[in-house]
Design a binder for this molecule. Structure first.
Ligand code: BGP
Length: 495
């Protein structure tokens, strides 16, 4: 009664939310750098009539906390030591593509960017942390968007291949687990950040996101499928011991019909397909599904495709499926589903009793994680890796300087118990990585106030703070769970 031997325990962050140093050592800006939170509809872009392109134009009245992040770029050793202190055997972060290829389309990489990741990977290995590296976590270089329109341009595939070839060769034998595009199945909802797509000929110059056409989105979708397949192919050639996985936001898989009205049952299923499987199917099964082709036919937005590339997609599926899970949703016809970084949100589920505190109010559904694991297992028969799960709370040290967060541990423990149930169901689960084991800048809202960490960072929404790190109570409990390979949870459950 414990978790499998070799289970990967740890946590996950992303370069754009923690590194800071946004233009240091030659790094070019990423798409996340021009937004205060990826849910923002106001990217720091201005249309230039002369060039007929967008250019970066940050809003001087906004605080872009991600530009300094938590200064992980300079404090990575201290932070990784804190992670190792919890017993982590694994740590997920991303490479900022723009640190290695500042504009994205250069012939040669930026040596200083690579030198940083050399130190980072070596430190992880020295501390016993297996690196899990996301190649693109909402981090498409801005130049690729303004100059090419991003992933809707086929040339991006070539730039991507150069980038992944560079890092596969450099980190051969040192990085075993790669992930391609973070939560890329948000592409239809968030083409700019999740899809890395910018309108070329915007109907409304002030609204580049809303102006992205269906054709651009689906062309971007197709090009990303090809790039993903190339990644698997290149990895097999350059470092056959390493594995490439895809990364999905899987909260949307747990979209339950609100009741047994067949319209709600079918509607829920269709919404899961169009929020999730439309990417996971080609990534894991190598096929472009019929329900996607139907949309192309009916909406006249079939992308330009190539037979060789279709074969590549078929022949190079991923080796494992990694995903984030935060919450579940319901589907009722006529009730519009909203979406944010936590997944979809429909009508309130009366059977769920908890949610995260205001203003975020993300419903809590630990059993949904068992459901997602089983659905994926039954559909793809691939190893599954939970690479994000966690809860954001507004916290500050109390009078004694302590940060007491039993609510967080309740959340983690409840989810882990259902992970274990899924393992008993026969699902192959590679590991569990808690999202944001150290406070980072929120992806969705760009704030510091929404804290996920087992480690507190003294930085605030207005940009003030000493950046000092402080251990929260949950740090000790997560450590206990890891040290016992989950046994402490399960024995307590039984007694
Ligand atoms: C996921 C992202 C992460 C992360 C998390 C929590 O969608 O992959 O980058 O931040 O959501 O979201 P938020 O930071 O908005 O609370």
């Amino acid at each position: 009664m414990s978790f499998p031997k070799g289970f990967l325990w740890g946590g996950a962050v992303a370069a754009n939310q923690c590194e800071g140093a946004w233009l240091e050592d030659g790094k070019g800006p990423n798409v996340s750098d021009i937004l205060v939170g990826i849910m923002s509809k106001e990217p720091g872009l201005r249309w230039d009539e002369d060039t007929g392109k967008y250019e970066m134009a940050l809003d001087p009245d906004k605080v872009y906390l991600s530009h300094e992040g938590i200064d992980f770029y300079h404090r990575y050793r201290e932070d990784l030591e804190l992670m190792a202190g919890m017993g982590f055997n694994c740590f997920r972060t991303s490479f900022a593509w723009g640190r290695i290829f500042p504009n994205g389309d250069e012939e040669m990489p930026n040596e200083k960017g690579l030198a940083f990741y050399d130190k980072l990977i070596d430190t992880m290995l020295e501390l016993g942390l297996e690196p899990v590296i996301t190649l693109s976590h909402y981090e498409t270089p801005l130049h690729l968007l303004t100059e090419y329109g991003g992933w809707s341009d086929h040339r991006l595939i070539g730039f991507w291949k150069r980038y992944v070839t560079t890092v596969f060769e450099r980190y051969k034998g040192r990085v075993k687990y790669w992930l391609t595009f973070n939560e890329v199945n948000n592409l239809l909802k968030n083409p700019l950040v999740a899809g890395g797509i910018l309108a070329r000929d915007p109907a409304d110059k002030e609204d580049p996101i809303g102006s992205t056409t269906e054709k651009e989105k689906w062309q971007g979708y197709y090009n990303i499928l090809v790039a993903n397949a190339w990644t698997v192919e290149l990895c097999q050639k350059i470092d056959p011991q390493a594995k490439v996985g895809c990364m999905m936001t899987a909260s949307s898989v747990a979209t339950y019909p609100y009741n047994c009205d067949p319209d709600n049952v079918m509607g829920a299923y269709e919404s899961v397909r169009m929020a999730n499987f439309y990417f996971a199917d080609p990534f894991c099964l190598g096929i472009i599904p019929g329900y996607v082709k139907r949309i192309w036919r009916e909406q006249g937005c079939t992308p330009v495709m190539d037979e060789e590339e279709i074969r590549l997609i078929r022949d190079y599926p991923v080796s494992y499926l990694a995903f984030s899970y935060y919450r579940s949703s319901t589907y009722e016809k006529g009730y519009a589903l909203r979406g944010d970084t936590g997944g979809l949100l429909g009508k309130e589920n009366p059977y769920l009793t908890g949610c995260s505190p205001k203003p975020w109010c993300w419903p809590i559904d630990p059993e949904g994680l068992r459901y997602v694991l089983n659905v994926y297992h039954d559909r793809y028969h691939l190893p599954l890796f939970i690479v994000e799960n966690g809860i954001g709370l507004d916290e500050a040290p109390d009078a004694e300087g302590k940060i007491r967060d039993p609510f967080r541990m309740g959340y983690v423990e409840a989810h882990l118990k259902y992970v274990h149930e899924a393992i008993l169901d026969g699902v192959e689960v590679m590991g569990y990585l808690y999202w944001g084991p150290i406070d980072v800048v929120s992806a969705g809202t760009g704030e510091m106030k929404k804290r996920y960490g087992f480690v507190y960072v003294d930085r605030h929404n207005d940009g003030s703070g000493t950046l000092e790190r402080k251990i929260k109570d949950s740090y000790h409990r997560y450590k206990e769970i890891i040290e016992s390979n989950g046994e402490v949870l399960l024995t307590q459950q039984m007694s």
